[in-house]
Design a protein around this ligand. Sequence first.
Ligand code: LMR
Length: 393
Amino acid sequence: MFQDLKPQAPDTILSLLAQYRADERPGKIDLGVGVYKDASGQTPILRAVRAAEARMLGAEVTKTYTSLAGEPAFTKALSAMILGPDIDPARLSAVATTGGTGALRQAFELVTRTSPEGAVWVSNPTWPNHLTILAHLGAQVRPYRYVDADGTGFDRAGMLADLGAVRPGDTVLLHGCCHNPTGINPTLADWADIAALLRERGAMVIVDLAYQGFGDGLEDDAAATRLLAAALPELLIAASCSKNFGIYRERTGLLIGVSAPALAAVTQANLVYLNRSSHSFPPDHGARIVSTILGDADLAADWRAELDQIRTTMLSLREALAAELRQIAGSDRFAYLAQHRGMFSRLPATPGQIEALRRDHGIYIVSDGRMNVAGLNAATVPILARAMIAVGI
Ligand code: LMR
């Protein structure tokens, strides 16, 4: 049988990471995969995470199965962090998942099985793994415009025009904040118009919320998701704790369904079924870290403070890079770097320029131009700025 297997193209982001790890140059800089690094180049374990794990080690008395939906303490606390106090809890269903990607996978499976004729609309560009999973499920994918002609700003008119063709039964995937890969985000006024249009079109909506707390703060980054939950009769939210709790390898995510209260029980049963039929119980360790932190006022305050420090560090790096480039290039054409939010910005660079950054300067960015700002530090900002100008970006 195995002779019939087809070769699989490597994931663009993860194969770049392997290339970076194999590079022996001491000054190499990894701006590829989306992980936060501190000034020493480490991806730190957050203080509150360490404290929660120490507490868990002392308190845990069993490793027996949890429930197929995960621990209610986790699903409740994270749902509240995402949706805030105003949502009617009777509208909610939720299951823990294997990371944000697991939540996306379940959400895509739910919509493609329920509405096999419907298209799934994704921003152009989007996170490459969205496309990988959708292709694997045989979904009919349609792109909507997102980026303006310069490649660095939001194409509001294009997005609204394209989404005007959405039909009932179609699903629209939205990035709740910190758009991956571009770093470009609609304003709240734009979101209100997007929500109104999608309501009118009768679309199902999936929000990918992988970076809450990495843009403008925990509350601000949830504002678009909350607006959509208030405006639309139904919504799926795929949330990740990888970045904001820094627990990447623990695979901690949440899939939330928002529906009419009368449909919450059947939605919950379907989310549970998706867990059972794909991997049975969701991972528990990371979820327990999150519920321990969110359930303790002191740990939660410390986690929020450290997350905010990470966020403001990323903003300072954005500003430093834009300022450095302004000085070297003698123009404001890189001002967008300070305006974008989250870990990523996508440089309008040619494949040759991206290759030259890697070959001549040991700087790794994704082949579509996506750069992880959180991989920079005060010492590497000027190195990157000079290299960008040297390769002609
Ligand atoms: C990324 O976009 O770099 C991260 O979400 C890691 C991944 O799985 O691709």
